[in-house]
Design a protein around this ligand. Structure first.
Ligand code: SAM
Length: 361
């Protein structure tokens, strides 16, 4: 029985790992970092070069961004989904038929205007890739494998949507190698023990473009259609809507330094002190009082509006991680979830206004 459950969990994890990012979502985020990419080596390390819209984005914008190099690697057990690169499906289908899902690598250092039409488009990418076809990897393409780590060492920045089930390990590895990254994850990852300390130290933050709602991802043909939020388009391609998606990055962008406009004033009635934390409860980010200088507990979606020049993050509720509250928790209460007059609240992040933003120095 335990084995059956384990297998089911594995299957469900694997399913969640096969969500393919749409080009429009990549474009909306990456336009905030355009000048950053100049002279950089970009590594898409969970990306089949024939399928990934990340690879497509960087190939088509190679010259406009002034990239030095684009590296992409695929993973052995990734199912094959041919995205919009339909013009070389036939050739590549044969290639894959011959060799199975053997993972491969592309390394591009230039994309020329092969068509001579004055613009770099997908046709130029196709011709470039024909001139410099992918090489096989020796191993399975796991981003943790020695071979992929050697490629990571060459890279300045990793940009991808990694497998959801390995998000913690993914961030840990990039941090260990001191890499810049712009990657997709779930909003709940904010309070992972591998992530939250970095957020507190202002070494990791949320990206610019996704702050609410859900996003549509392509899923493999084998994905069960009855899954909630699943649809099939006219050409039979399946998509699923996923809630709580966010970009996680350590690359700065200007919009994150815009102040959150506050309009409410503090009153002890409206902002009660927690029973078990030394802070006041603010149950909506938009209702943070403009004139309170003490510690406030806010929902984790505060991170969507967080300007590090305006606020300092001082901790989170102990329910998210032992020691996360940095002494704000009254341990004697024995309840880690925040309580207001005995009522349990959802997890909270603790914040304080910065000195330049109203706090006495
Ligand atoms: C969420 S999907 C995203 C795919 C692609 N990056 C995109 O955004 O369209 C994650 C991909 O990582 C692959 N993958 C799973 N485990 C991996 C691992 N250990 N190393 C590298 N890739 C892995 C999956 O097969 C899948 O193709």
């Amino acid at each position: 029985m335990a084995n059956n459950n384990e297998n089911l969990n594995k299957a469900s994890r694997a399913k969640k790992d096969e969500f393919y990012t749409q080009l429009v979502d990549i474009e909306c985020e990456l336009r905030h970092y355009k000048s950053f990419f100049k002279g950089k080596t970009v590594f898409c390390n969970c990306d089949d070069p024939y399928e990934s819209n990340f690879v497509k984005y960087f190939a088509m914008n190679f010259n406009a961004l002034g990239l030095k190099k684009l590296i992409a690697t695929s993973y052995v057990s990734s199912p094959i989904v041919f995205t919009q690169l339909s013009f070389y499906q036939e050739k590549e289908k044969q290639y894959i038929k011959r060799d199975g899902c053997r993972p491969y690598l592309i390394e591009l250092t230039e994309i020329r205007d092969e068509n001579g039409d004055g613009a770099i488009d997908i046709g130029d990418f196709e011709k470039t890739i024909k001139k410099h076809p992918p090489k096989y990897l020796k191993g399975d393409g796991d981003f943790r494998s020695p071979e992929c780590i050697e490629l990571l060492k060459q890279a300045d920045v990793v940009v991808t949507n990694p497998p959801f089930s390995l998000f913690r390990e993914f961030i840990e590895l990039l941090e260990k190698h001191g890499k810049k990254y712009i990657v997709i994850g779930n909003v709940n990852a904010i309070t992972y023990k591998e992530v939250f300390p970095l957020i507190m130290q202002n070494r990791l933050w949320l990206g610019a473009s996704i702050h609410s709602g859900d996003r549509e991802f392509r899923v493999p043909d084998s994905y069960p259609l009855e899954a909630a939020g699943c649809r099939t388009d006219k050409s039979g391609i399946k998509f699923i809507r996923v809630k709580g998606v966010r970009w996680f990055t350590n690359v700065d962008y200007s919009a994150r330094h815009d102040d959150l406009i506050l309009y409410k004033h503090y009153s002890p009635n409206e902002y009660p002190v927690y029973d078990n934390y030394d802070a006041v409860e603010v149950n909506k980010t938009s209702e943070i009082p403009c004139d309170y200088n003490g510690t406030m507990g806010v929902p984790i979606t505060f991170m969507d509006r967080y300007n590090p020049d305006q606020f300092e993050i001082v901790g989170a509720t102990e329910s998210e991680g032992k020691g996360f509250s940095n002494g704000l928790w009254n341990e004697a209460s024995k309840v880690a979830q925040p309580l207001v007059k005995g009522e349990r609240k959802y997890k909270r992040i603790f914040i304080k206004r910065r000195a330049a933003n109203g706090n006495p120095t």
